[in-house]
Design a binder for this molecule. Structure first.
Ligand code: DHB
Length: 398
């Protein structure tokens, strides 16, 4: 006989306990709105999953203003610019001077650790190692989902609202019927090879390099640990890459007449990160709402992913707060349209940065030269620099 499910009643059932799901849960709890977070992976796996590291000032404020431990301020590094490097030359952009804004370099897995700690501190109901198997009745006012915990016990969550915060392979997203949804996608003929290395910083600011050998990004994690990426084949096998091979590949992509060279050290993490542009429209169906990568993914160039997820959280949190305090679903009904405005701005920015900085292996020579013309246009004009700086540091939250 099928196991009887244990019933859990709550106001908001959140599927996915990454940064987006936990941030929403944290804000809801602070407003006295009961919620449960169900996450498939365990805490350790998420803490060790290396992702991007740039936070817009608004994302930092969402953490610090809501009382998440201030490690982002003590351990994060404020950056007031980037270096766009092409034709072997550096072109520094000073965000503070251009648009009076900065960003903070603070790894996404640390954001997760801080949010998970804040949820634990505040007795939040966050369950790791649990698999959601079914989502039911989202077209009614009593949506539900079922999950099994690590022991195999079956639960059924009865909520007023369900949120899909379950990442780019979202189970929640897949439950939306074909008749109501539209997907938009771009795939790219390359991926990023990401490394972590024990080495000193090679330059004060992050370097985004366009070179005939392909793109490279020189980022940082601390005084002694650096994060770097280079454009590679999506099917690249990390085991084929010795440390020497990685350093010579990275160095030839940042090389120039100024003799710039990277400071090297032992490499302790190597991963190939595939990427694509993707948007699901709408970001809601009945009483189910998608946030973050569950609803849209951007290529990593420009690090908009987590920032966009937090912007979704802000819009959805305000709509839920209004719904539970006034009973009016007006803001909830507008969530998808409002969130999608920013999503498409970020899609445009991420696509633009990606295509301007990467050279596909079989690039049409005209297109490769055109991208250099675009980089020259952006860096030689204050308006161009401001356009990039404003997008990179983040448009004001709505
Ligand atoms: C990092 C990643 C990015 O995609 C980016 O644009 C900047 C920094 C990072 O991991 O540090």
């Amino acid at each position: 006989m099928a196991q009887a499910a244990r019933i859990l009643k709550t106001k908001v059932g959140i599927i996915g306990g990454g940064p987006a799901g936990l941030m929403l849960s944290h804000l809801l709890s602070k407003s006295g709105i009961e919620n449960i977070v169900i996450e498939m992976r365990d805490h350790e796996t998420i803490s060790n999953t290396h992702r991007a590291g740039i936070l817009e000032a608004q994302a930092v404020s969402m953490l610090t203003d809501s009382g998440v431990e201030g490690r982002v301020l003590t351990h994060g590094d404020e950056h007031a610019g980037i270096d766009l490097r092409f034709n072997g030359e550096s072109h520094p952009l000073d965000f503070r001077e251009l648009v009076d804004a900065t960003v903070t370099l603070y790894a996404q897995n640390e954001v997760f650790v801080d949010l998970a700690a804040a949820r634990a501190r505040d007795n939040g109901d966050v369950r790791f190692n649990c698999e959601v198997t079914e989502i039911l009745d989202v077209e009614t006012s009593t949506p539900k989902f079922r999950f099994t915990d690590a022991e195999g016990t079956l639960f059924e969550v009865h909520a007023d609202v369900i949120v899909g915060a379950d990442g780019s392979r979202s189970f929640a997203r897949r439950q939306m019927p074909d008749s109501v949804k539209q997907d938009f996608k771009v795939t790219y003929p390359f991926a990023w090879f990401g490394i972590l290395t024990e080495a000193p910083k090679s330059s004060p600011e992050l370097i985004y390099a366009n070179s005939p050998h392909g793109f490279a990004l020189i980022s940082q994690r601390s005084e002694t640990v650096q994060r770097m990426y280079f454009q590679c084949d999506p099917n690249e096998n990390v085991d084929d890459w010795s440390e020497d091979r990685i350093w010579s590949e990275l160095n030839q992509r940042v090389a120039g007449p100024d003799g710039f060279e990277l400071k090297t050290g032992p490499i302790f993490d190597k991963t190939v990160l595939g990427f694509r542009s993707f948007v699901r429209q709408p970001l809601s169906h009945g009483r189910m709402f998608l946030i973050g990568d569950a609803g849209h993914t951007v290529p990593p160039t420009g690090a908009k992913g987590l920032n966009l997820a937090f912007a979704d959280v802000k819009v959805l949190f305000e709509a839920l707060d209004s719904f539970f305090s006034t009973g009016s679903g007006k803001l909830l009904g507008g969530y998808s349209d409002l969130a999608l405005k920013r999503v498409w701005k970020a899609q445009n920015f991420s696509y633009w940065m990606t295509s301007m900085l990467h050279t596909p292996v079989d690039a049409d020579p005209f297109m490769a030269q055109r991208a250099l013309g675009e980089l020259e246009t952006v860096t030689s004009s204050r308006y161009g620099q401001q356009y990039l700086a404003e997008s990179y540091t983040g448009w004001p939250h709505s």
